[in-house]
Design a protein around this ligand. Structure first.
Ligand code: CU
Length: 171
């Protein structure tokens, strides 16, 4: 095999591997939302499908749209919906779709770095344990209604129950 052929074979292998990794995790229907353009926090909602044969896990989120992006779930405590950070992320089992939606699992953007204006987009990077980083453009849709009719605004009670860390907003 000539060097040139070897190089193109190596390129082909790398390219194929890249495609395989990229197609394992599929992100669909993303949108971001804040209660108003001047809100200090917002949520990102989307669907994650694992087309691979191995279980994966969303372990972190990175974005320049917020100082402190977190992975949250909603739980009911004494009949009141509260948000809680998921330190271990969100499991995405092989062959399954996990839905992040209002009133349930969501990406919480704490400390927005700029106004959330309708129809603009933000860029977020989802970090998976096995698939690695997947960067997507997310349209801002503040007017979207929650599919379950549930409200996931930050209530004073849920604020009290969260460890806001040094990046926390205090109004
Ligand atoms: Cu939250």
């Amino acid at each position: 095999m000539t060097l040139k052929k070897l190089a193109s074979a190596a390129f082909f292998l790398l390219f194929s591997a890249g495609i395989a990794v990229a197609s394992t995790i599929e992100i669909e229907h993303p949108y971001a939302r804040a209660s108003s353009p001047i809100a200090k926090s917002g949520g990102v909602f989307l669907q994650i499908t694992n087309n691979g044969s191995e279980d994966d896990r969303l372990i972190a989120v990175k974005t320049d749209a917020a100082r402190n992006p977190q992975i949250h779930t909603n739980i009911i405590v004494d009949g009141v919906a509260k948000m809680r950070e998921l330190e271990d992320g969100i499991p995405v089992p092989a062959g399954e779709t996990v839905v992040l939606q209002r009133g349930g699992l969501h990406v919480m953007l704490m400390g927005l770095t700029r106004p959330f204006l309708q129809d603009e987009t933000i860029t977020i990077t989802l970090v998976f344990e096995k698939a690695g980083e997947i960067t997507i453009e997310v349209p801002i849709d503040n007017e979207r209604q929650g599919s379950m009719g549930m409200n996931m605004e930050m209530s004073p009670e849920s604020m009290e129950n969260m460890d806001m860390g040094e990046n926390g907003e205090s109004n």
